[in-house]
Ligand binder design. Structure first.
Ligand code: NAD
Length: 353
């Protein structure tokens, strides 16, 4: 297809995130929204009304796929539904699926999504839209230009959940080091409380170490226990990355807000700071993904990148199970080790929130 083609677009899942994707879709004249599918017809109708899509409403996505034959599907469903609904789309001949993150609840399912994408030739991307925030792009450029010298270390900060929130921080960190895969991972989880995030159980905090194949060492902290006291102003980066180089460092929040930067040889230097709204991030994500559908290039938010970040997350959980660092590629694991340990009663989990 040429870059001027108009694509028939459908949404499956019309809740909160779908409204955010819709901003990006509406801004791209190559996208014509033809169908909205949600088990709650009123949610689909609300999305239709707000954006004036004039799309057909379905409560059964398989019926929608068969009748409307969309080129592009945006999946905005809770995590355990990502794989089965992606499979239905790929089998129905959909050309591109833009799925919400995280990939899936188990490592085996993540790999299955990748396999299906290859087998069916269906472009699969994940909504790691923060790659399109200008501040994150600026940090990537400054690192490439050598402004902080050779990257030696990263401090990775994530809200209290490796699978659901950690994927954003890991993705951000990996984008700063040329997408280097990890070599090994060592992790610990806090199960003082356990949570349920989009139907996947998780810890309330985690800490660990990741060594990347390019030699960069990363220390990871997730959860905000004791970081808000005695006052919130003392809080360290709550979600984002500190990239430490041989000649300076840069601190950036996950939405690309650059907190600060130091060049040891040039104390007057300040990185330029430019904020990108979440609407603009979503517009960038949709535009780029549709561009790549037309050109066949690997998207910035490809499943290959999401898979590398997911592998770190499952290796992290596996290292808790083994009480040892876990070398990548991750082999002999198909489950979610955190869920397996939780179900085995290995954690003295008190409350589910
Ligand atoms: N990329 C990000 O920054 C970001 C931020 C928040 C959430 N998320 C992810 O987005 C995903 C969705 O979150 P949300 O906040 O939009 O959830 P939501 O609950 O607001 O929306 C989900 C929608 O799916 C519908 N639904 C449920 N089962 C369905 C089915 N079988 N078929 C069709 N529709 C069905 C529900 O009725 C609901 O309207 C989650 O996986 C979450 O991790 C991503």
């Amino acid at each position: 297809m040429s870059t001027s083609s108009v694509y028939r677009v459908a949404f499956i899942g019309c809740g909160k995130r779908a409204h955010e994707h819709a901003v990006g879709v509406q801004a791209d004249s190559r996208c014509k929204v033809v169908a909205l599918s949600d088990i709650s017809a009123s949610s689909a109708e609300a999305l239709n009304g707000e954006f004036g899509f004039d799309a057909k409403i379905f409560t059964d996505h398989k019926k929608m796929l068969a009748e409307e034959k969309p080129d592009v599907v945006i999946i905005c469903l809770w995590t355990p539904l990502h794989l089965p609904v992606f499979r239905d789309c790929a089998e129905a001949g959909v050309k591109a699926v833009l799925s919400e993150k995280p990939m899936s609840a188990t490592w085996g399912e993540c790999r299955e999504m990748a396999r299906i994408s290859e087998e069916k030739g269906c472009q699969l991307t994940f909504s790691l839209q923060r790659r399109f925030a200008k501040g994150n792009q600026t940090v990537r450029r400054l690192i490439k230009e050598g402004k902080i010298g050779q990257v030696l270390r990263m401090d990775l900060y994530s809200p209290p959940n490796m699978l659901d929130c950690g994927i954003h921080t890991l993705d951000q960190g990996m984008s700063f080091i040329g997408e280097s895969p990890a070599k090994w991972v060592l992790g610990a989880v806090d199960t003082t409380e356990t949570h349920n995030w989009f139907n996947v159980p998780s810890e309330c905090g985690a800490t660990g170490r990741i060594v990347f194949r390019n030699g960069v060492q990363a220390f990871l902290q997730s959860g905000a226990i004791d970081t808000w006291e005695p006052t919130p102003s003392k809080t360290d980066i709550w979600a984002g990355v500190r990239v430490i180089g041989s000649e300076g460092f840069i601190e950036v929040m996950w939405d690309g807000q650059i907190v600060g930067g130091i060049n040891y040889a040039d104390p007057s230097w300040k990185p330029e700071m430019e904020l990108t709204s979440s609407d603009e991030q979503m517009k960038g994500y949709i535009r780029h993904t549709i561009d790549c559908l037309a050109t066949g290039e690997e998207p910035e938010v490809s499943y290959q990148k999401a898979l590398r970040a997911s592998e770190i997350i499952f290796a992290f959980y596996e290292s808790v199970r083994r009480n040892a660092r876990v070398e990548l590629p991750l082999t002999g694991v198909t489950d979610n080790p955190f869920i397996a340990m939780l179900e085995n009663g290995q954690f003295a989990a008190q409350t589910i929130k």
